[in-house]
Design a protein around this ligand. Structure first.
Ligand SMILES: Nc1ncnc2c1ncn2[C@@H]1O[C@H](COP(=O)(O)OP(=O)(O)O)[C@@H](O)[C@H]1O
Ligand SMILES: [Mg+2]
Length: 412
């Protein structure tokens, strides 16, 4: 807004100066984000995946004995074990683990008959842990051997940032969902937007601030735009369903509002996961979210757009066991939501927030940030919490219940 316009609104020079300062704050903040990113991913400011597993950890993940891996290395079915360097044992990286799964027939991937899971991680409140759950679930599933696509549909682009891309400097609007969903689309299938990540079996469709233009454009179609909106909804659903054929699980991270993008995302998914913290405000706003969603689903259904979910679950995303109010709200949530609330909450952990500071999930840490005990507790909790979702996906494919040790990987 320029100064004249502000004057017209009857604001004085001080107010104008303050308002104009917002742009400077944004510029200075953007520079700091880039500095943080560069500092996190030295050298070369590229994010890299340096997680390495010992043979025992690899065997546990594959559900076989370490002797089976050694035998395959000896008879040449698997490459020779990684060499130790300067007394430090080198382990197996994620590529090696995926190869082991393939060679030893230990892949959990779906068959052609099984439908891929397209899960939206949704709530209309910001800060409830949507992006944290999305990225941790993606990396958990990647370690477990699934092929995962993450679609960042939020113009705030936290998930894109956690994957090591600076949405402001490194992502152009043409690389987001924008050209596909825009009112004047320039793309008719979503392949253009798929980016590889440092995880060999995780791809990403990134987002940036300009993705918000979709929200404006679709809203501007006005009341007469129902058919344009419906056409975009169908287009997103089809585009994601087509892409999903190359993956086992697609995770959608929509914006924290029930705007047009969120609506498009919720009807394109075939499962819903709602994260919320164990606080009264989160509980109350989640109840409102569910109520609005149910109304919207009804309206969509009336206009011929069906919404079908294999599962709808809520997950407590930041449970603090030292805060008695959290336990009280958790009980309230159990009573209100019954079995729809996943029994294992994600614990609030400094390990998660410290990893986020380095633009990582805890699955990407080479070593604990806090004490090994804190790390182990956090890792084991996240593994258990995410296994609940994996179980729901596997159930859809008619697979057996999981029988994995809770602590899949110990930080070495
Ligand atoms: N279990 C957790 N422990 C500690 N911090 C968490 C946890 N879950 C989320 N956070 C932090 O809470 C903030 C908001 O989470 P985020 O996933 O960005 O929420 P949303 O995507 O819903 O806006 C982030 O700073 C994130 O690191
Ligand atoms: Mg987010």
């Amino acid at each position: 807004m320029n100064a004249n316009r502000l004057n017209d609104l009857g604001l004085d020079a001080n107010h104008i100066a303050e308002a104009q300062r917002i742009g400077n704050l944004a510029d200075s903040g953007e520079k700091m984000v880039e500095r943080l990113r560069k500092a996190s991913f030295l050298p070369g400011s590229e994010k890299a995946l340096n997680v390495q597993l010992g043979i025992q950890e690899a065997a546990e993940l594959l559900g076989c004995s370490s002797n089976r891996i050694r035998a395959a290395e000896q008879d040449g079915r698997l490459p020779a074990p990684p060499e130790s360097k300067k007394g430090h044992r080198r382990g197996y990286d994620m590529e090696a683990l995926l190869n082991m799964r393939k060679v030893l027939g230990a892949s959990p991937q779906r068959t052609a008959e099984d439908q891929p899971a397209i899960i939206t991680v949704q709530n209309f409140k910001g800060g409830v842990g949507k992006s944290t759950v999305t990225t941790h679930l993606a990396h958990y599933l990647a370690v477990a051997g699934y092929r995962v696509l993450v679609v960042d549909c939020d113009s705030q682009a936290t998930t894109t940032t956690l994957f090591g891309f600076n949405p402001h400097f490194a992502i152009r609007r043409e690389e987001t969902l924008y050209p596909y969903l825009s009112i004047e689309p320039t793309q008719d299938d979503l392949r253009y937007a798929v980016k590889s990540t440092i995880w060999p079996n995780v791809d990403l469709i990134p987002s940036n601030l300009q993705m918000f233009d979709v929200e404006y454009e679709l809203a501007a179609t006005g009341s007469g735009g129902g058919s344009t909106l419906a056409a975009r909804f169908r287009k997103l659903r089809k585009g994601l369903a087509d892409l999903a054929q190359d993956y086992d699980v697609v995770l959608l991270d929509p914006p924290p509002a029930l705007g047009t993008i969120s609506l498009a995302v919720m009807q394109a998914a075939n499962a819903l996961l709602v994260p919320l913290a164990a606080t009264t405000p989160d509980f109350c706003s989640t109840v409102q979210f569910l109520s609005m969603m149910s109304q919207v689903i009804e309206q969509l259904q009336e206009s011929g757009i069906s919404v079908e979910y294999d599962f709808c679950r809520l997950i407590c995303s930041k449970f603090n066991s030292n805060d008695p109010s959290h336990a009280m709200v958790q009980t309230i949530m159990e009573q209100a939501f019954g079995p729809a609330l996943l029994p294992v909450p994600i614990l609030e952990s400094a390990e998660i927030s410290h990893a986020a500071l380095r633009m990582m999930t805890i699955y990407e840490l080479e070593r604990p940030i806090g004490t090994p005990k804190t790390h182990k507790r956090c890792r084991s909790n996240i593994d258990q919490a995410m296994a609940q979702v994996e179980q729901l996906i596997r159930r859809r494919w008619g697979r057996a219940e999981l029988d994995r040790p809770a602590q899949l990987l110990a930080a070495s």
